[in-house]
Ligand binder design. Structure first.
Ligand code: UT7
Length: 351
């Protein structure tokens, strides 16, 4: 028994935010953003009306319909996001509620692997399907970065990259010989955990980086303090990224993990019909394409329109390729991601 993608959907919020618009908030230019990242515009969700959960639900409804099932058929939810509605509980149960799923005989799992979240989710779902535990798994990646970005000049290197959106798949068992997930490969290395991170608010209490930086808690409080005044005053509640370090690691790890998956399956890079890389930066994807020797028609790039949507970028790009008729039955599709953690991984699937 293997795992197939039975249905796929995506949701992009309506509001288009151009590079030009960003220049009105911070010291940046359209030329800089295009030259360094390839991004021309991104989408922002509607504040107070949309959340990662509502966007995920919109994408999920399409995936469920395309799978030919009803929401009540879902027996397990996996939700990958780094920008959840709440610190806890996770978005899995919120999505269950949002979709109106009343039965409680299902599980809801939250994945915190950032850009690699969807790939990790595919791997987890694949194991559950192969063991026969679940038959209709809903896996979503959804992000609302626009709520947590720093729109001052200080945040420009991070803020210009990210966008909002959601993608979803329904995964089911298949016994067809030429169909389904061939393998998934997962990696992690916590050495550079803080180089692409949103550290605050959190329970670290200064442990990893020294408490001075974050502000001492009031000694009259018996526990720690999740958010200190210093964090607020010193603008420490937004994501940070050492861009060049991430870039340098990404261009090595992407090809490595793709080749690792191919080798495990006894396949060559020429066997890939479509590569769907996490949309981190167009320059990274172009570099990976070159190293892998793939022609343009075999690589999906849509970061130009949506920016980097982290856990949502692979299912959005995969869905767009599917809707554009770029995937046919039996095609070998490769998904690959690298990001915060660092974590990276790949999935090889026969459509
Ligand atoms: O999906 C998660 C994984 N994330 C990634 O894969 C991101 C990987 N990294 C990158 O994509 C790139 O490193 C960035 C796009 C983030 C930055 O590009 P870069 O070519 O590495 O630029 P840099 O950080 O080295 O900065 C170069 C210059 C600096 O100015 P000086 O010091 O040379 O005067 C920055 O201050 O560009 C400046 N800069 C900007 N200028 C205009 C940084 N951000 C901006 C901006 N607009 N938005």
């Amino acid at each position: 028994m293997k795992t197939k993608i039975a249905g796929i959907g995506k949701y992009l919020p309506k509001r288009v935010v151009t590079n030009q618009e960003l220049t009105t908030y911070m010291d940046t230019t359209n030329e800089w953003i295009i030259e360094r990242t390839g991004i021309e515009e991104r989408r922002y969700a509607e504040k107070h009306k949309e959340t990662p959960t509502t966007m995920a639900a919109a994408a999920a409804r399409i995936a469920i319909e395309r799978a030919g099932i009803t929401p009540e058929d879902i027996d397990f939810i996996i939700f990958a996001t780094l920008s959840p509605d709440y610190y806890f509980p996770g978005c899995g149960v919120l999505l269950q509620r949002e979709l109106g799923l009343t039965k409680t005989e299902i599980g809801a799992l939250d994945i915190r692997n950032q850009c690699t979240g969807f790939v990790y989710g595919m791997s987890v779902a694949d194991q559950f399907i192969k063991t026969g535990m679940y038959k209709n798994i809903l896996l979503v990646g959804s992000e609302m970065h626009s709520m947590g970005l720093d729109f001052s000049d200080e945040g420009r290197a991070v803020t210009v990259i990210f966008g909002d959106g959601a993608g979803a798949v329904v995964l089911q068992p298949t016994d067809k010989e030429n169909q389904g997930i061939l393998n998934t490969v997962l990696h992690s290395d916590g050495t550079h955990a803080e180089e692409l991170a949103m550290i605050n608010p959190g329970s670290h209490g200064g442990y990893h980086l020294g408490p001075e930086k974050f502000g001492y808690p009031d000694p009259s409080i018996p526990g720690g303090v999740f958010v200190t005044q210093k964090m607020v005053d010193d603008n420490m509640l937004t994501p940070n990224m050492t861009g060049q370090l991430v870039f340098k690691n990404a261009v090595v790890k992407f090809p490595e993990v793709i080749k690792e998956g191919l080798a495990k399956a006894g396949l060559e890079k020429e066997d890939i019909d479509l590569l769907v890389p996490h949309q981190a930066n167009l320059r990274i994807s172009q570099f990976v394409q070159k190293v892998m020797g793939l022609p343009d028609e075999k690589v999906v790039n849509n970061i130009q329109k949506y920016g980097n949507t982290t856990a949502a970028s692979i299912p959005i790009a995969l869905c767009e390729a599917y809707e554009d008729g770029r995937i046919k039955e039996g095609d070998l599709v490769c998904l690959a991601a690298f990001g915060s953690g660092f974590t990276w991984g790949s999935v090889l699937v026969r459509w």
